[in-house]
Design a protein around this ligand. Structure first.
Ligand code: ATR
Length: 266
């Protein structure tokens, strides 16, 4: 019987995940189906329950349910525990395993697709919400020389940094003139159409500015381009976090380059 997977969110109709997983499944000859599954805002747990009762094998979880997915999991991976959020659920007789592949996806995109080594680099992470929290542990695992979390609301960056060994937090105004090799935008400013405050840090030579948002040129990326920095959007992270989820479920790591090329319309 074909194994069934879904991505659960609200809204979820425009998710690229079914297309990505269909390409992975075809390339690795896996007998699986992957669809979108919308859940009412107050009905995430019930939606999961019904899907499991119908024989579902796993689910990706997207906005706004990642924290609730964390709570319904009966077991958590270390990276999900650190993220405080779950984007990958696996259903088995033993219960519900919650994992988080977002940070691993980001690191893999940086290293494999963009050729950016994180080790020894000065890394600036902008934002202190769920998206930022989810990538801190995997970034620290790469041993940057510095990981600074900067946020519009400084207190939130300080509080977030306290949860991890090896990083610091500050407000955006404290960045004045400080140089960074890798700047990662994990704020939701680009999604909400918000303008990033003028950022006053310095791009080191050959710096990479990375926005986790994909499919649009955000204000953050425009500022980076104007400053002469290299830029990347989050489409590679989307494909890599999917590949990591595929690996969790199927035990096979699919090739991502052809899928990324297809999504970019190459
Ligand atoms: P997510 O789960 O996507 O991280 P979130 O938890 O609501 O969403 O966090 C949004 C993040 O984007 C926060 O760090 C927020 O800054 P504040 O903590 O100061 O609110 C940041 N953010 C949103 N709009 C922004 C803007 N226009 N400029 C700078 N930061 C912004």
């Amino acid at each position: 019987m074909t194994d069934r997977y879904v991505v659960i969110g609200n809204p979820v109709a425009h998710s690229q995940s079914p297309r990505i997983h269909a390409l992975f499944a075809a390339a690795t000859a896996q007998d699986m189906a992957y669809a979108t599954l919308p859940a009412p805002l107050d009905g995430f747990a019930a939606t999961v329950r019904d899907f499991v009762a119908g024989g579902g094998r796993g689910a990706n979880v997207t906005v706004p349910f990642k924290e609730e997915a964390f709570r319904i999991a009966t077991r958590l991976s270390d990276r999900a525990q650190a993220a405080g959020a779950v984007n990958t659920l696996t259903f088995s007789g033993n219960g519900i395993l919650g994992d988080n592949t977002d940070g691993a996806g980001l690191v893999r995109d940086l290293k494999s697709n963009l050729g950016t080594d994180i080790s020894g680099k000065r890394v600036l992470l902008l934002g202190a919400g769920g998206a930022a929290r989810g990538v801190i542990l995997p970034l620290l695992g790469e041993r940057p020389s510095q990981l600074l979390i900067a946020n519009r609301t400084a207190d939130k960056a300080l509080a977030l940094a306290r949860d991890f060994d090896g990083c610091e937090g500050c407000g955006l105004e404290a960045l004045d003139g400080r140089p960074f090799d890798l700047i990662i935008n994990a704020t939701s400013a680009g999604l909400t159409g918000g303008v990033s405050p003028r950022l006053t840090f310095r791009y080191a030579p050959d710096a990479l500015a990375y926005d986790m948002i994909y499919g649009r040129e955000t204000d953050f990326l425009r500022q980076a381009t104007a400053a002469g920095a290299r830029t990347a959007d989050g489409l590679g992270m989307l494909v890599e976090q999917a590949a990591e989820a595929f690996l969790v479920w199927r035990g096979i790591r699919p090739e991502t380059a052809p899928v990324l090329a297809e999504l970019r319309g190459a």
